[in-house]
Design a protein around this ligand. Structure first.
Ligand SMILES: [Zn+2]
Length: 323
């Protein structure tokens, strides 16, 4: 019933957008959720694999035209992300996008960059934050060589003619200061559209950066699926942003209770917000690898194991932020 209501809401938005003369592209989040991924033709499908990399983010996007995009690579140079590329029989990666300069996102991308064509096309993208003293981060840029480009706000990435990929948030200047939170807030926030399907990726953006996204791009926010920011931390997924995105499903990449780094992701507050807003979710620590698939009209999610909406959380964080 809830899903039906959401679809009706979205169709209403679509007609409102047309009536007001807005572009249809701004309301292309009317894809219909189906429980069975077998209803979706794999030949025409966009597939977004969220790899279970533990505490970190690592995703592989197979585009409808058959291209492969690596979006973050997890914390291991030759671990689960590299194994997943092999499992998918990926012998060529066409593009690499790094959301921001933290090791739980860039380390595994070395493998993906090794599978890029040896040309000089623009193929490797990051926020342009310059930190040559962080060897692993600098390695990505150095290895990319002439294939490297920094991302800019409101940029359209023309990687696959069937996809619309827009950068809705990015900065090369950490804020509020040059520390962990500041670098998280440089994160590239990406809206990906394929037909009537759309998904929003927010990297590890925290409240400060999420507020900018919320203020700058209100019409672009609604999405069928939300990649939850900062591994489900209590300093991301602001309530106002979540309500504006209004996803049917969210996916979270986190280490969970057994994470040795003990960040405690996903925090109990974030899972509570998702449940309070009727958003179903899968999380890598409980569900393993997660696959999102869409033909542009229908979309479906498949977990590696388990049921959605697990409420198990390592802990509530002491100083949550929200807006
Ligand atoms: Zn991270």
């Amino acid at each position: 019933m809830l899903r039906s209501m959401r679809i009706i809401d979205r169709i209403g938005l679509l007609f409102a957008g047309l009536f007001l003369g807005c572009g249809v592209a701004e309301t292309t989040d009317t894809a219909m959720f189906v429980d069975s991924p077998t209803m979706i033709d794999p030949q025409a499908a966009l597939a977004i694999h969220m790899v279970d990399v533990g505490q970190g983010d690592g995703m592989i996007i197979k585009t409808p035209s058959g291209l492969t995009i690596a979006l973050d690579g997890g914390p291991d140079r030759s671990g689960s992300y590299a194994d997943y590329l092999k499992m998918l029989n990926v012998t060529r990666v066409d593009y690499v996008i790094l959301s921001h300069g933290h090791s739980d996102h860039y380390t595994g991308l070395g493998t993906a960059i090794g599978l890029l064509p040896k040309d000089c096309e623009a193929r490797v993208f990051d926020p342009g934050f310059a930190r040559p003293d962080i060897a692993g981060y600098q390695y990505i840029r150095d290895t990319a060589g002439c294939r490297y480009r920094s991302l800019t706000m409101n940029q359209s990435l023309l990687l696959d003619p069937k996809l619309d990929i827009q950068i809705l948030g990015v900065t090369n200047t950490p804020y509020p200061q040059n520390d962990s939170a500041g670098i998280n807030n440089t994160s590239a926030m990406i809206k990906l559209r394929y037909g009537k399907f759309s998904m929003l990726f927010t990297g590890d953006a925290q409240t400060e950066s999420e507020k900018n996204l919320y203020m700058n791009f209100p019409a672009q926010l609604p999405a069928n699926v939300l990649k939850i920011g900062h591994h489900g931390s209590c300093n991301a997924t602001g309530t106002s942003l979540l309500k504006a995105v209004a996803p049917s499903y969210a996916i979270i990449s986190s280490g969970g209770p057994s994470d040795p780094s003990n960040f405690g992701h996903p925090h109990c507050q974030t899972l509570g917000k998702l449940r309070a807003n009727g958003v179903h979710y899968y999380r890598t620590d409980q569900n393993g690898d997660i696959l999102v698939i869409s033909d542009g009209n229908l979309f479906s999610l498949s977990p590696g194991r388990g049921a959605p909406d697990s409420s198990a959380c390592p802990r509530a964080c002491a100083q949550p932020t929200d807006f």
